[in-house]
Structures are given as C-alpha cells and as structure tokens.
Write a protein that binds this ligand. Structure first.
Ligand SMILES: [Zn+2]
Length: 91
C-alpha cells in the first residue's frame, strides 16, 4: 500500500496568479508520489511518475506564469529537473 503525503489547503484570491490555476494545482498535487516511491504516481494505478495527468496540470500551471517548483515537494525536483543539480563547489 502506498501512503500519500500530508496536504494543506491554502486560501488565495481567485484572481491571483495562484488562484487562477488552483484547480490545476489540486490535480497536480493529487498525482504527486509518496515519499517512499518517488517514481510511482500515488493516484494512477500502475503508472510511473511523472504521469500524464501530472504533466498536463504542470504545463497548465507553468503556461500561466506560476512556478511549478513552488507546488511540488522539493525532494521530487531532481526527478523533474535533473539538470538543475547544485553546482559543485570550487575551492
Ligand atoms: Zn497520476
């Protein structure tokens, strides 16, 4: 059994950038994988992650100028954006 993540409801103005994509953020968040299984969608049975529903919702959010990274758990950022690894320190 997959245990999902804790969630939080946030109140924002409907006509704010986040308010305008609230439904897409809800969809996106429902397709976020559990901590123990970062490559498996916790909503779509038998689907890997990121799944199609997540990607479609994320595209909608991004197209309206909201940073998808602000609504995706940080531990999943390397899965979505592997090229954004921190630069190595030069001493
Ligand atoms: Zn899914």
């Amino acid at each position: 059994m997959t245990v999902g993540r804790d969630i939080l409801a946030v109140v924002v103005a409907v006509d704010s950038p986040l308010g305008r994509v609230a439904r897409a953020v809800d969809v996106l968040s429902s397709h976020v994988p559990a901590v123990a299984q970062p490559l498996v969608c916790s909503f779509c049975v038998g689907s890997g992650w990121p799944c199609r529903s997540f990607l479609d919702a994320a595209q909608h959010v991004n197209d309206r100028g909201v940073d998808v990274g602000m609504v995706v758990p940080v531990d999943l950022h390397p899965v979505l954006w592997p090229q954004k690894k921190p630069a190595a320190r030069v001493s």
